[in-house]
Design a protein around this ligand. Sequence first.
Ligand code: CS2
Ligand code: MG
Length: 403
Amino acid sequence: MLKITSARVIVTCPGRNFVTLKIETSDGVTGVGDATLNGRELAVASYLADHVVPTLIGRDAHRIEDIWQYLYRGAYWRRGPVTMSAIAAVDMALWDIKGKVAGLPVYQLLGGASRDNVMVYGHANGVTVDDTIDAALEYRDQGYKAIRLQSGVPGLASTYGVSKDKMFYEPADADLPTENLWSTERYLRVVPELFAAAREALGPDIHLLHDVHHRLTPIEAGRLGKDLEPYRPFWMEDAVPAENQENFRLIRQHTTTPLAVGEIFNSVWDAKQLIQEQLIDYIRATIVHAGGITHVRRIASFADMHNVRTGFHGATDLSPVTMAAALHFDLSVPNFGIQEYMRHTSETDAVFPHAYTFDRGALHPGEAPGLGVDIDEELAARYPYKRAYLPVNRLEDGSMYNW
Ligand code: CS2
Ligand code: MG
């Protein structure tokens, strides 16, 4: 038996907040898990430290599934982003430990490699369409085979996905939520222009993606999907808020543009109808917010039965621990689609040394035992938590809307 002897929650802010769980065992083997929930980090830190960690001490670290079931069923209050991020952190740490004890990278424990590497997409953004195309050409020159396009909207001061510093995008930008303004009409005019210019500049072979970020109604999403069809997008992401999963039936009636959704999902139940009725093409639920490797395996298997592929979320607010775990999963899962790769800053990479590497538009998790990532606790301690919120969105008449 490999006894869990301690579990510590480490909050650090190398430019943005991250919450990490480090589990130690009786053999001295340790494992790390990501528990970062952008804008609500301390809620998960407390859920872990105050409610989960006391129940872990003395348990057998090898019993990953049993501990997952214990934390899920035993919570009584099931699901939700805070609970499932906390469970995910424990799960990732236990897979890390099991890999280290076995002397194998986690992808080998998941059935071995199903591919040579993991195709990723980068984030080209700019205030204008031209700026965005210039950024996309830079990503193409770096070897990316898939590029997400997000441009500013004429008449709006700011919009989702357009960063101040091209290579990095961090939306949690203030001590209290900044208020953005939104206009669907203005937005719907510029995206087809953006894609027409991108196809013109990049040619037919580069995969082009776009994130609507929950801001349309189903019929508006149908219209945008149809407008983009001539440019063959790889996917249109988060077209509408997905609480009412059957909304996607209406989008599907109007467009063949592939649909991706799920970065804010935290369990398979959030996507059951979307997958069962093939209302989407890619499921974005990721390891840190959807209960860890143990639960995401179930989501991916269910998706595989319905021709839905994975397209994990991979923004800067998911730590390198999640990126590492996602890459081990991506390398092995049969119905892999694509992996989002918003590079972290050098400060973040220094706090989280990792084995994954980038080469010609793809990542590989590396061959280090376990997840191949750790947290430099001494360095982490130099970056105290700094409160930051995601923005909120209002319509031009002042109504609250979706950010
Ligand atoms: C976005 C994210 O990466 C994406 O697709 O939706 O940037 C998202 O806005 C952030 O992860 C929210 O914290
Ligand atoms: Mg998104």
